[in-house]
Design a protein around this ligand. Sequence first.
Ligand code: IMP
Length: 194
Amino acid sequence: MEQLIFATSNEGKIKEIRAVLADTDYQVLSMAEAGIQIDIDENGADFEENAIIKAKAVHGVSHTLVLADDSGLEIDYLDGEPGVHSARYMGENTPYQEKNNQILKRLEGVPMEQRTARFVCVIAAVFPDGRCVTVRETMEGYIGWEARGEQGFGYDPIFYVEPAGLSNGELSMEEKNRLSHRGKALEAVKKELL
Ligand code: IMP
């Protein structure tokens, strides 16, 4: 069995990648399981740069196959905000209920057709020899009129996949993984590994 390290401390992401790679020869280790403890400054200008920064930082220590992801929400009416700053928008420790309410306020009165948005996920893979590839996938939708649903996390309650549809906060985990930017990017990176 070949080992790969997924450069994240998020257990949910580790579970997702394990599920996608379950039928392959890859054993997925978290950074903690690989015994790697480094602080990584995610100061890239876009999702690709950030994913590559993370994957290369871990590869620099492990010299193994490393995957890293970076993701966020782009709202067209707000010129792509919060984008790469999604986690830091209004402060890292501000509850998402407040962040979501603030976004709904900034879009008050904005008609449906101008509320388009997408979740973006980029995954970088750095191979043992240092070769690097990235994949990018999106989940297209729009910002709704209200926050709905208890599932998911982050901006899920205000993101709707189709007009009059359900918010991401109302989708089951299986449904969301099938449709989501991250689910699709994991499938795309799997193709790069095989
Ligand atoms: P990271 O890629 O783990 O750094 O995540 C960046 C940020 O983007 C998260 O903290 C969330 O604010 C947002 N985000 C990324 N994916 C999702 C999602 O599927 N639902 C809701 N928010 C998300």
